[in-house]
Design a protein around this ligand. Structure first.
Ligand code: NAD
Length: 362
């Protein structure tokens, strides 16, 4: 297969972790006989410095004509000025919008070897393997709002949803659940919010097309509790933007470290392989506190590349091979500093990438 992958390395540890992910893609290409072409583009803080905007036009154009986009992370204290006209994060929102990425997928699978890195008890975590899907383009983050001025005492945000916005993300979640354990949990606050009542109505209607699915509707406050109390009971969870934002962060803490979790953002723009042109990134930020030291954990970005192969290129065997290689390295007791415990071998970013590459080749 031939595929064009745009790399938005971004800021802080972004370039360090995307370099390792690229290393892994090159090994996949070599081992499985594919040709991946990389196109490096600017986004975020570096783009502000070099081009005067967090999202240059040529970056958008390159992403639109790619098969998939790999992102490191953007942002850092250098660009954190409250009165700044442009911010690195604006680039991220802009590219999500340009590619119409309406669903963010976060698989949360606990690695047996890292169980001690979580703050939750081992017996509660046993068997955790879920996929949390957050709606990404609607709700309170994008609805009409009023900002209280300096002397104002009123402000509001509007959790606005339309039927098609709900339909498409619920359908995506239902399709994902069909490929897993056929269990879907839809989260809302239908006992209070009008937008949640619409969410529930539309969800029920869409899911009528999926009679094989075991479906559960859970109120968001109860969901926050269940995620900590019995996380292993869930398979696919779908939620609107704000609820999903909070729940995905909560779910990611089950796995212990930010350095381990990948994510995929998908929409309805298709690539040349007739698969979703997705954006893939680790869930962590640019970690300015450790940038340039060669100690960042590249595994979340490497696992993001596995999602890229699976969702945007349809290369399931290759995706699974990367996941198995990561597992195998961890199994041998090798760790980066953020997931280290006593009795393990601590390595830096590049060595971790090399070890995963080696496992993949063998
Ligand atoms: P962060 O995720 O960058 O860092 C939080 C903590 O986790 C830090 O101590 C960091 O060293 C550690 N950490 C994160 N990733 C790691 C890795 N791969 N290996 C080892 N340790 C890791 O979150 P933050 O400090 O709140 O944000 C820093 C910057 O990143 C901010 O400018 C923020 O806006 C930005 N950010 C960007 C994204 C994105 O690009 N999608 C997401 C979140 C935060």
């Amino acid at each position: 297969m031939n595929a064009k992958i745009v790399v938005l390395a971004g800021d802080g540890i972004g370039p360090e972790v995307t370099d390792e992910a690229r290393k892994i893609l090159n090994v996949v290409a070599q081992k499985f006989g594919h040709t991946f072409t990389f196109d490096d583009q600017l986004m975020g803080g570096r783009a502000i410095d070099e081009r005067g905007t967090s999202l240059p036009d040529e970056t958008v154009a390159a992403c639109k004509s790619a098969d998939a986009v790999l992102l490191g992370a953007v942002g850092g204290p250098k660009w954190d000025k409250p009165d700044a006209e442009d911010r690195p994060e604006r680039g991220l929102l802009g590219i999500r919008k340009a590619l119409n990425l309406f669903a963010n997928l976060r698989p949360v699978k606990l690695n047996q070897h890292l169980i001690s890195a979580s703050t939750i008890k081992e017996e509660v975590l046993a068997g955790v393997d879920m996929l949390v899907i957050r709606e990404l383009t609607g709700g309170a983050y994008f609805g009409p709002r009023k900002e209280a001025g300096a002397d104002g005492d009123e402000a509001f945000d509007t959790m606005l949803y339309t039927t098609p916005e709900i339909e498409r993300v619920v359908r995506l979640a239902a399709d994902a659940a069909m490929g897993r354990k056929k269990k879907l949990t839809s989260v809302d606050k239908a006992n209070v919010l009008a937008s949640s009542r619409l969410w529930r109505r539309v969800t029920v209607k869409v899911l009528a097309d999926y009679p094989e699915l075991e479906v559960e509707h859970v109120l968001v406050d109860a969901m926050a509790m269940h995620l900590i109390r019995r996380p292993a009971a869930y398979d696919v969870i779908v939620a609107e933007n704000l609820f999903g934002d909070i729940l995905t962060d909560e779910a990611s803490m089950l796995a212990g470290s930010m350095g381990m979790l990948p994510s995929a953002s998908l929409g309805d723009v298709m690539n040349q392989h007739n698969l979703p042109l997705g954006l893939y990134e680790p869930i962590h930020g640019s970690a300015p506190d450790i940038a340039g030291q060669g100690i960042a954990n590249p595994l979340a970005t490497i696992l993001s590349v596995a999602l890229l192969l699976r969702h945007s290129l349809g290369l399931e065997k290759e995706a699974a091979a990367i996941e198995a290689a990561v597992d195998s390295v961890l199994n041998e007791g090798v760790r980066t500093r953020d997931i280290a415990s006593t009795g393990v071998e601590v390595v830096g970013t590049q060595i971790m990438g090399d070890l995963v590459a080696e496992k993949l080749l063998n």
